[in-house]
Ligand binder design. Structure first.
Ligand code: GLN
Length: 379
């Protein structure tokens, strides 16, 4: 793990605390999730959910996840053998990669990629093969030829994140078909990171890769409660996949953490079963916050990409005369009292991302307003 150092989120959140800057870096909401969900966690502690739960997860949460995938996407998973619970999506992804890729194997990722992907591919002794998402008509996408060219004899898996952090892209059916075609042709497993599955905007629709022809049998899907219910600190996630994959991933997971915090599992099960209407309100509110932040960033002189999902806006810093997003992100608290994430850390090809910084809009309106007012000083 030499070379991985501290995550950019830890570095930038510490910088925000140290300088008192507004933190639009690490993506976490500054408003609470549904009260009944919070109560469910408290109630769970008060009513005895305090010893080791079953390794694969509480049956009630596995049943709730199974019901959610069926109701929302028409995907059927047996809660007993095809669903299991992980410490956030992060552990679900980690256990999946460790289970499915070994030393020298290759895993394709779309860059900019979420930072834990690179780290866990390294932990597996595997090699990442990035395919770069580039802006085309205001939206980040990939060239299917580059995807096909990234496949080699050692390729085992493709990690697919949609809605995509940090690019904000929600893959279209055509883009997913291109990915599925490569998986089918080369017999690859897809590991899908769907943590923003509910947080899509305008007419963008989240389509799970597993719903495409021939993909359910080769897809390990990962999601979590953090983003949907504004409880990012709960670290409660789940994996849905055919039973042999679940067994493989579970074999790894049991030695990482064995089981997942019992009270939060109960509360997440409650949330999935009862609070989807709340999530729809959250989605609408985030869409308005996205627009609010974009208007402010544009007024401050950035050019921006309007995300179709997630918590994040990519901003191009060049119109303001800057070229290095890392240098700007480190100086931004002093220059403007705001913290952002330099997108280049999510690329192998750092030059491709050098001029982007990522701002989070999962914040109170007044926090967004104050941040963009401060950023206007950059001119
Ligand atoms: N997913 C959050 C983000 O992208 C950060 C999570 C973390 O700190 N690892 O900002």
């Amino acid at each position: 793990m030499q070379g991985f150092g501290e995550t950019i989120f830890a570095e930038m959140s510490a910088l925000a605390v140290r300088t008192g800057a507004i933190n639009l870096g690490q993506g976490f909401p500054d408003e609470e999730g549904p009260e009944a969900v919070l109560d469910a966690a408290v109630e769970a502690i008060r009513t005895g959910a305090n010893q080791y739960p079953p390794g694969p997860g509480l049956p009630r949460l596995r049943e709730a996840v199974s019901a959610q995938r069926l109701a929302r996407y028409g995907l059927s998973y047996d809660p007993a053998t095809e669903v299991f619970v992980t410490v956030g999506a992060t552990e679900g992804i980690a256990a999946s990669v460790l289970a499915l890729a070994g030393p020298g194997d290759e895993v394709i990722v779309f860059e900019p990629y979420y930072d834990s992907y690179a780290a866990v591919i390294a932990l597996a002794g595997a090699v990442r093969r990035p395919v770069t998402l580039r802006p085309v008509e205001g939206r980040f996408t990939f060239d299917p030829d580059e995807l096909r060219a990234a496949v080699g004899p050692r390729t085992k898996a493709i990690l697919v994140n949609s809605p995509h952090n940090p690019a904000g892209t929600v893959f279209t059916r055509a883009e997913l078909e291109a990915i599925a075609g490569v998986c089918r042709e080369h017999d690859l497993v897809a590991i899908t990171d769907e943590v923003y599955e509910y947080l899509t905007f305008d007419d963008a629709e989240h389509i799970p890769l597993a719903t495409l022809d021939g993909m359910r049998e080769r897809t390990v899907a990962v999601s979590s409660a953090g983003k949907s219910f504004s409880v990012t600190g709960w670290k409660t996630g789940w994996v849905t996949a055919p039973a042999p994959y679940v067994r493989a991933v579970q074999t790894v997971k049991q030695f990482l953490t064995y089981a997942v915090s019992a009270p939060y599992q109960r509360a997440a099960a409650y949330a999935l079963a009862n609070e989807i209407p709340w999530v729809e309100e959250l989605r609408k509110s985030l869409q308005a916050k996205r627009d609010r932040l974009i208007t402010g960033l544009e007024a401050a002189g950035f050019s921006t990409y309007r995300p179709q999902g997630t918590y994040f806006v990519q901003a191009d810093i060049r119109p303001l005369g800057f070229t290095d997003g890392m240098a700007l992100a480190r100086a931004l608290p002093e220059k403007a009292g705001v913290v952002a994430i330099p997108t280049q850390v999510f690329y192998d090809d750092a030059a491709a991302g050098a001029h982007f910084v990522r701002f989070a809009f999962c914040k109170k309106d007044e926090v967004i307003d104050e941040a963009v007012e401060r950023l206007a000083r950059l001119r």
